[in-house]
Design a protein. Structure first.
Length: 99
C-alpha cells in the first residue's frame, strides 16, 4: 500500500511540475490549454491502464469490463480527486459569502 501511495503522489507531483515547466517555457501559453492537455494525456493513460484482460471471468477486471464501466469509474475518481484538491473551492467562486 505504501508503494502505491508513493507512486500516486510522485505521479501527481510530476504532472504539476510538467504543467509548470510547460507554462514557464512559453509565457504566451494559455494555462487552461496546458491544463487541458495534461488532463487529456492523463485520461488517455488512465484508460490505457484499465483495459480488461481477455479472461471474461477475471475478477480483477470486473469493474472495467465495458467502456461504460470504465467511464463511470473514471468519473468517480475525477470527482473524488477534484473534491480533495485544495483548489476545489476558490474565494472568487460565484455565490461565496462575504463578511
Amino acid at each position: 500500500m505504501q508503494d502505491e501511495e508513493n507512486a500516486f503522489e510522485a505521479a501527481a507531483r510530476e504532472a504539476v511540475d510538467l504543467g509548470n515547466r510547460l507554462a514557464d517555457a512559453d509565457e504566451a501559453s494559455d494555462l487552461w490549454d496546458v491544463a487541458d492537455g495534461l488532463l487529456a494525456g492523463a485520461i488517455h493513460y488512465w484508460l490505457y491502464t484499465r483495459q480488461p484482460c481477455a479472461d471474461m471471468a477475471c475478477e480483477d477486471c470486473e469493474e472495467v469490463r465495458t467502456a461504460g464501466q470504465r467511464l463511470a469509474l473514471l468519473r468517480k475518481f475525477i470527482d473524488e480527486s477534484a473534491r480533495d484538491s485544495e483548489y476545489f473551492h476558490s474565494p472568487n467562486d460565484y455565490g461565496v459569502g462575504r463578511a
